[in-house]
Design a protein around this ligand. Structure first.
Ligand code: PMP
Length: 902
């Protein structure tokens, strides 16, 4: 076959089908089997939502078509008396309940619904059509207006006027609406089993009682049997289970025999009227070809006293019993089994709190059945229809001619699926996306690793005062494993591929709902983690407008959930220019960077003290000092240290150097201001010392410099260089882009780059160094921890919350511990502060102070130190320190190694 472009019919749908590997091209179909181009067979349990009653390419239907051809029967002969259309109408009149008689043929279900709406309105002289919530009646504008799902309607400005909805299976509600609109209701349209709505059968007695209400209020009853009709539920028509005789009955789908498009609106003489007779028509209506197919369909269904229909009832019985027993064996997995005949639904429990961010994300995004359908299709060769809108229900709707063996094969696959879900071995559901379509032979039990959402327990009378949302993504593969314990089965490369896969479906979604967190002040807030499906690489490399669209959607979700403040996790703040691109969207924004800086430096200092490093004398480095966090870290660090290397991106050397020199100037200017206020630490101390040195020298060059230091507040890079040259000392600030060259001399390192790859490897670090890695994804490669037992690597930016709450898998942290950027968001919500904070590349130092104050007020502090995702205690740090001390002697490289200022 020549290569076909897959996006020419519906590019939007093609994207979803491709994502879930449902984009097969079937080139042959026979019975219940479909075959792809390679000849692989798939067992079909969709049967085009009931439109394939006798399997693919049924003999009897082809025979009917061939008979039309061989007899040279003309198909389109309006206006006249088309013989096959009349024959089909006659048969339908005979077999449909009550006095249904007049057939308006058409080409689809939705068109049959349109005809019914016109028919009842013209007959009754009234406008209102009542339908059920969650119903489905088609997608042309009239039928769409009756369809009970607003998400289908909104973009198309539907519903049209005159359409009202009532809850399904709620007779008092129907009666109330009839009463409220007495004399205005033309009809109530209803499905005997809601198909698209998730296979919800009408309760026993509902249809009959609804018919009775209609009669009392002189409204017509339209029964939409487009999906349920013609044997599907184990009776010829589903309304016959209840002995209901509607005024209008609608058919389509199966009426086309699985080969041609065909629909019918069959009405009783009570409804027929001349306006409709004169004014409703369609070119292709009553064509002999499709009607001949309809006749063949009925003949097959009626043969041997409806033997096939009785078989459907038996097979449906068998299937539902086996499904019920499956549900009993997996009570935590299957919520409900329901349906009639061969129109069954298996509803799964929501996985919003299943210890897996991916599963919550996909359930919230409505992609759960898409994932299951992809899994069953690719791993078991079973074809099931995904509901792409929010449902947790798998629909089982095979051909009416399905065999018991085929049903058993499906049941085996469903059993495996239930075992996977019960054991929370979700990786097995994802494997096919990595092209591993082998059957899961060893399903592992991940329940011992389950971590559920743990909120604060509300006391009597306590209420939520504020709401927050936090946008996050997986910066690196290890974060994906933190969020999904079973993903430890994947290799690093496979995890990268999964992240790439996720980015192909860029819609954000909630991945955790935290119902309550209490502050030490007693404020209780609620919040949501909203995932954007980008890995670190994707978020940095995808076109910015695409990523921003996704982030904006996430902010919209947050606002709709009622969040007053939205925080930006990991690289989402970097790509939105520190949140600048997400401001003014009706909700406060914070990058969360200020508290991150405060906490990172607290951790670094704590580590330094335990490693016996004198911060005043140490050489410190900030990796990624041009970024918002790195810049503020450097400024804050300069309050304590006076020998700092500012490192920028080596891929943009010149711009980095220019920006780093600007930052150096800001550091010196700030120090000079503080020095005048009497501060004598860090860079202030250095300035005081050089001033004293210059005053002693009394050489001509010192006077203008001293003058400038005393009068002007601005101190640039050039002045610093001049001072250092004049006094022949090392500069206190160095700018660099070459990690290889400069890091080896540094005792303290803050790593805060936004690189999606590791930057710091074992060869880069000085013996005895302390690194605080705030970067997400991390800057320090895991080899450092594995190979260097003489350095202290601290995971930066971790905060201890006042109560041991946990966001499900909690990003891999202990209960009560979370990221500082998330903590900043939580703090702002607790404080009820709805202003934007920590926006842009230049974090105000006042905001750092503010966050420090809020943290103290609400009971947040630096968490225990962590190295390589393990808590590290003072004894372990002392061991590192000792090993470093031994090694220093051997290498004969004393540290600190700077030249002292005069
Ligand atoms: N009504 C019902 C009950 C249906 O299930 C459907 C199709 N799923 C329709 C109407 C619309 O039929 P069609 O897709 O042929 O327009």
């Amino acid at each position: 076959m020549s290569v076909l472009e897959k996006d020419l019919l519906n590019p939007t749908l093609a994207e979803v089908l491709t994502a879930f590997r449902l984009d097969k091209m079937y080139t042959r179909g026979k019975g219940s089997l479909l075959y792809d181009e390679e000849g692989t067979a798939y067992l079909d349990f969709i049967s085009q939502y009931g439109a394939i009653p006798f399997g693919y390419n049924p003999e009897n239907i082809w025979e009917a078509l061939e008979a039309v051809r061989s007899s040279a029967l003309p198909s389109l002969v309006q206006p006249s008396m088309p013989v096959e259309a009349l024959r089909l109408a006659g048969k339908l009149a005979e077999i449909t309940p009550g006095d249904l008689r007049y057939c308006t043929f058409c080409q689809s279900g939705t068109e049959a619904v349109e005809a019914a709406i016109k028919l009842v309105r013209s007959a009754a002289g009234k406008e209102i059509i009542i339908s059920a919530q969650n119903s489905f009646h088609g997608k042309t504008l009239g039928a769409l207006s009756a369809t009970g799902k607003s998400s289908y309607q909104r973009p198309f400005r539907a519903p049209a006027p005159g359409f009202l909805k009532v809850p399904f299976n709620d007779l008092p509600a129907l009666e109330r609406v009839m009463e409220q609109h007495r004399g205005q209701v033309a009809a109530f349209i209803v499905e005997p089993v809601q198909g698209e709505g998730g296979i919800i059968p009408a309760q026993p007695g509902y249809l009959a009682a609804a018919g009775e209400i209609c009669r009392r209020y002189e409204a017509f009853l339209i029964v939409d049997e487009i999906q349920t009709g013609l044997g599907r539920t184990g009776r010829m028509f589903a309304c016959q289970h209840e002995g209901v005789e509607p005024d209008v009955l609608l058919l389509a789908k199966a009426l086309g025999g699985g080969l041609v498009p065909m629909g019918a609106c069959i009405s009783s003489p009570r409804v027929w009227n001349e306006d409709f007779g004169h004014l409703h028509s369609s070119t292709f209506a009553n064509n002999n070809l499709t009607c001949a197919v309809g006749v063949a369909v009925l003949e097959r269904l009626l043969a041997n006293n409806q033997e096939l229909v009785r078989q459907v009832a038996d097979k449906g019985d068998y299937l539902i019993k086996r499904l019920h027993s499956l549900a009993r064996r997996f009570p935590q997995v299957i919520k409900e089994v329901r349906g009639l005949g061969l129109m069954l639904g298996v509803e799964f429990y929501g996985l919003q709190n299943a210890g897996s961010y991916n599963m919550s994300f996909i359930c919230e995004a409505g992609g759960f059945t898409g994932l299951l359908a992809g899994f069953l299709l690719n791993v078991y060769n079973i074809r099931l229809a995904p509901f792409l809108n929010e449902s947790m229900t798998l629909r089982l709707e095979p051909t009416l001619t399905i065999t018991y063996e085929e049903i058993d094969y499906l049941l085996q696959a469903l059993e495996d699926l239930c075992t996977i879900l019960e054991h929370q071995d979700y990786a097995k559901l994802y494997r096919f996306l990595l092209d591993d379509c082998s059957r899961p032979d060893q399903i592992r039990d991940y329940r011992p690793f389950f971590r559920g959402i743990k909120p604060s327990t509300l006391r009597e009378g306590e209420q939520i005062s504020n709401r927050f949302a936090f946008i996050l993504h997986y910066p690196g593969p290890e974060d994906m494993v933190c969020g999904n314990p079973s993903f430890e089965q994947f290799s690093r490369e496979e995890l990268y591929r999964l992240m790439e896969w996720q980015a192909s479906l860029p819609e954000p979604s909630v991945c955790c709902h935290m119902p309550a967190i209490r502050s030490r002040q007693g404020h209780v807030i609620e919040g949501w983690l909203i995932g954007v499906p980008y890995g670190g690489r994707e978020i940095m490399n995808k076109p910015r407008h695409e990523v921003l669209r996704s982030l904006t959607q996430a902010v919209d979700i947050a606002r709709e959930l009622g969040a007053q403040v939205v925080g930006l996790g990991a690289l989402t703040s970097v790509v939105s220019r520190g949140g600048r691109d997400l401001q003014n969207k009706g909700v406060a924004i914070t990058s969360g960077n200020s508290l991150t800086v405060v906490i990172a430096l607290e951790a670094l200092y704590k580590g330094a003290i335990e490693m016996k490093i004198d911060i005043q004398k140490a050489r410190a480095a900030v990796v990624g000092a041009t970024g918002s966090i790195g810049r503020a870290c450097a400024l804050l660090l300069s309050e304590e240290a006076c020998n700092i290397v500012l490192l920028g991106n080596s891929k943009a050397r010149l711009t980095s150097q220019r920006r780093l020199k600007g930052l150096a100037g800001d550091i010196l200017t700030r120090a000079n201001r503080k020095r005048k206020d009497g501060v004598n630490k860090g860079m202030c101390c250095w300035l005081s010392q050089v001033i004293a040195g210059m005053e002693k020298l009394k050489s001509p060059w010192t006077l203008p410099v001293l003058d400038q230091l005393q009068s002007s507040e601005e101190i640039g890079w050039d002045i610093m260089e001049e001072i250092c040259r004049g006094l022949n000392i090392e500069p206190p600030l160095v700018v660099a882009t070459d990690i290889d060259r400069v890091l080896l001399d540094c005792d303290l390192v803050v790593a805060a780059s936004n690189s999606s790859d590791y930057l710091i490897y074992p060869r880069h670090l000085k013996t005895g160094a302390v690194v605080c890695d705030v970067a997400r994804p991390a800057d320090v490669s895991p080899e450092v921890i594995a190979q260097r037992d003489d350095v202290l690597i601290l995971e930066g930016g971790l905060v201890q919350l006042p109560e041991p709450v946990s966001f499900g898998p909690n990003l891999g942290y202990d209960d009560g511990v979370t990221l500082a950027c998330l903590s900043e968001t939580i703090l702002l919500a607790m404080e009820g502060d709805q202003r934007d904070h920590s926006i842009g590349a230049h974090l105000p130092m006042e905001t750092l102070d503010y966050m420090r104050t809020l943290a103290a007020k609400h009971g947040f502090c630096l968490s225990g130190l962590k190295m390589g995702s393990q808590e590290i205690d003072s004894q372990e740090i002392a061991n590192i320190c000792e090993r470093a001390a031994c090694r220093v002697g051997k290498e004969e490289r004393p540290w600190p190694n700077q030249k002292a200022v005069p």
